[in-house]
Design a protein around this ligand. Structure first.
Ligand SMILES: [Zn+2]
Length: 253
């Protein structure tokens, strides 16, 4: 498919999937069904019309307020929709086959949901990461990105290193992070899983330092690691291979 058709198509799919990811973000931590009932305003309970439920556009048309009661709609909704759309477009640009692209979309949608849920609730739901590990491994047989063996080693490496961190640090990082690491390893293989951990530690360290020095967080306050893992995983999926190639060329003379 030519890029001028594929990219707008990816943005459209991404916005629609992003809208579903919003439902997952709200309902999964409460153990509610993802399909029923239809979306409602959390303030007044009014069921949303289809035309008030269009990704990004409805938020803009309503100027961020419920049509019925005027309550403010969270910025998270358009942010997640636009973010997913942008990631889906980047994946379309970076993928070499439709199968690889669909696998990348599954991975990225899961990462967006994990990021928002961890930021809001400080948990990484097993209901995303455990199926994610299975999907990552099974799709390794279909795509060209990683072999099933690289995926399997990736699960062990991504989960294993974070397990070691949990044991050695005595808390500070949770089992949810470990399962997320395993999921990233399943989708990306062990090489890019290692790169993801490297990126996540640098990114997490930089943000923690910035928050501490700005006085927004104190030394004892927990900062969730999941969002850094997720961002690093997305970066590794999109540019990891290119980064590794560049790095090896830089240092192999
Ligand atoms: Zn309302």
């Amino acid at each position: 498919m030519p890029a001028q058709i594929l990219i707008p198509f990816a943005i459209l799919i991404g916005a629609v999937i992003g809208s579903f990811v919003n439902v997952v973000i709200v309902r999964l931590p409460r153990n509610e069904s993802l399909v029923m009932p239809p979306s409602r305003c959390p303030a007044c309970g009014t069921e949303l019309h289809w035309f008030d439920n269009i990704p990004i556009l409805s938020f803009l048309a309503l100027r961020g307020c419920c049509r019925e009661c005027g309550a403010a709609i969270s910025w998270r909704y358009p942010t997640v929709e636009a973010g997913t759309a942008a990631l889906f477009a980047l994946a379309a640009w970076r993928s070499t086959s439709l199968t690889d692209l669909v696998i990348a979309w599954l991975f990225l949608a899961a990462l967006v949901a994990v990021t928002a849920i961890d930021l809001e609730h400080q948990i990484i739901p097993d209901r995303i990461t455990l199926p994610g590990i299975a999907v990552g491994f099974v799709t390794s047989f279909l795509g060209t990105r990683v072999s099933w063996l690289e995926s399997l080693i990736g699960i062990a490496v991504g989960g294993g290193i974070l397990f070691a961190v949990i044991v050695l640090s005595g808390g500070g990082m949770g089992g949810g992070d470990m399962k997320l690491g395993a999921m990233i390893g399943a989708f990306l293989g062990y090489k890019l899983a290692l790169l993801t951990l490297f990126f996540a530690v640098i990114l997490g360290g930089a943000v923690a330092l910035a928050l501490l020095s700005a006085g927004i967080r104190r030394r004892k306050d927990p900062i969730p690691f999941g969002p850094f893992l997720a961002v690093a995983g997305a970066v590794a999926m999109l540019w990891g291979e290119a980064f590794v190639t560049w790095y090896l060329r830089m240092f192999s003379g």
